[in-house]
Ligand binder design. Sequence first.
Ligand SMILES: Cc1ncc(COP(=O)(O)O)c(C=O)c1O
Length: 388
Amino acid sequence: MLEIVHDFDEVVDRRGSDSKKYSLYPEDVIPMWIADTDFKSPQPVVEALVKRMQAGIYGYTPTSERLKIAAARWQKLRFGWDVDPAAVEYIPGVIAGVISAVRAFSQPGDNIVVQSPCYPPFSDLADHNGRHLLRNRLVRKNDRFEIDFEDFEAKIADSRTKLFILCNPQNPSGRVYTREELIRLGELCLRHHIIVLADEIHADIVFDKRKHIPFASLSTEFAQNCISFMNPSKTFNVPGFRTAVFIAKNPILKEAVHQIIVDNKAIGENICGTIALCAAYEECGYYADQLVAYLQSNRDYAEERLGKIKGVIPSRLEGTYLMWLDCRGLEMSQKELDRFFVDRVKVGLNSGTTFGPECEGFLRMNIACPRATLTKALDRIEAAVMSL
Ligand SMILES: Cc1ncc(COP(=O)(O)O)c(C=O)c1O
């Protein structure tokens, strides 16, 4: 069978298509903030959806066994991790699932540890649920962020710490943790009785022939102490369907999260989401491979161009399509930097301080767009910084 070749160069006009990304900034600003891609979803996903939508009846859905099998199969196929479909459960989104786990395994006043800079919904969910977020700050060594294990252990040793939210690949630093780093984190968590919530939503997108290692695949003990979260949304550009999964090999942990989900009536799958997830995970490995190759060349191109712009230092992206830019060399406050990018550069990025108080002077840039769009944005950054 001939492999489909996806056209990632195709520029799709997303305005008027219910896009959050394209609704925040004025029309003359290139939006490169929220983490969805500007690429069309794979053709098998589109065709499966069109076929089902033509039925004209969209009633309540039963629990989909096919969804569990497809998600388990993807873990085995892409990462070599054996998952029993019975360990998989539907959730409407990774963050909704993480919140359910936070409620299942901690009480108001307890601590949750994350690595910082951290994806803003982690701090929001701690705030909204009366938990304290403890930031284990990643330490920048040259262009790479590294884990401060001493600080990590001090934070998880606190008697009020109950959970560690591992984000790997890490948003926004772009780190893909090594086997050694994951084992060290996992052993410390076991020693201090800390449950690991592993957000692996960016797992498919790792560069330079790296392999993503599911945290729970590292040992039986880790698997028993962990809930893993996945969503095909980042890879296949289907976040609008609100369909993700969690994987829990420990039936006690699984049941505890399940109960919170049931209590919130957050059960009942989305017809489109289930179809998209199944078509993507069953038929679209080709798309994931081509996407990673395209993004890697976007990364190389962006790094090369940004490397020549004085005052802006991109971090080396090992995974994800979210580039973390150190703009402190431009000597602006965060507020001035944010305004400069929207008003003068005309490129809409995420503000650094939303990822942590230590991130003043940083920005996050989403490079999951056709090369023509990326080129236009980099031209604008170059010209505006030169004019300073
Ligand atoms: C690390 C991480 N986790 C979770 C999400 C959101 O997942 P969901 O839409 O499934 O809640 C994102 C989206 O950018 C993300 O980067």
